[in-house]
Design a protein. Structure first.
Length: 163
């Protein structure tokens, strides 16, 4: 396995991966940076590894094995029950790529997902102002050639407050 760059100081953390396995490993590491509640936008072109990253997050939460985590492109939402340090965590993985507008988004009940024990990861969330407004940050994945990726986690200064 290639070396994963350590997180940067502050609210921005950067990782460089050389393979899908590295991306899963970064997902496992990210769990410690993302205590619930969080709503994060997963940003990246198709095929950059957004779902691959979620595989590692789900595994670290003991919510699912990587091969059990699939893209919610057609189902819109996958829910996993996990835990971190003995506390229950709900992992919600959404893909809003196929949604056309805020009205369709409202049918997902996003506000109901934002509980104190929730980690909500939204692929293509940048399409919607309401998601960006509620988000506690974003994880951007860019291809740097071949299977190499740069993963940048940017957390907002204020943390998400469950309503």
């Amino acid at each position: 396995m290639s070396k994963i760059a350590p997180p940067a100081e502050g609210r921005i953390h950067e990782f460089v991966t050389q393979s899908g396995a590295d991306t899963v490993e970064v997902g496992r590491q990210l769990v410690r940076l993302l205590p619930a509640p969080q709503l994060l936008v997963l940003r990246g072109d198709m095929g950059t590894g957004k779902t691959t990253l979620v595989k590692g997050i789900a595994q670290a939460l003991d919510a699912a094995e990587p091969d059990e985590v699939t893209s919610p492109t057609f189902t819109l939402l996958h829910e996993y029950d996990g835990s971190l340090d003995g506390r229950p965590v709900k992992l919600f993985h959404l893909d809003v790529y196929r949604l056309e507008g805020e009205r369709q988004l409202e049918t997902l009940g996003l506000d109901e997902l934002l509980t104190p024990d929730a980690l909500v990861l939204v692929e293509w969330g940048e399409k919607f102002k309401s998601i960006l407004k509620k988000s506690s940050g974003e994880i951007a994945i860019t291809s740097t050639g071949g299977d190499a990726r740069k993963i940048t986690v940017t957390l907002k200064e204020s943390t998400l407050q469950a309503g």
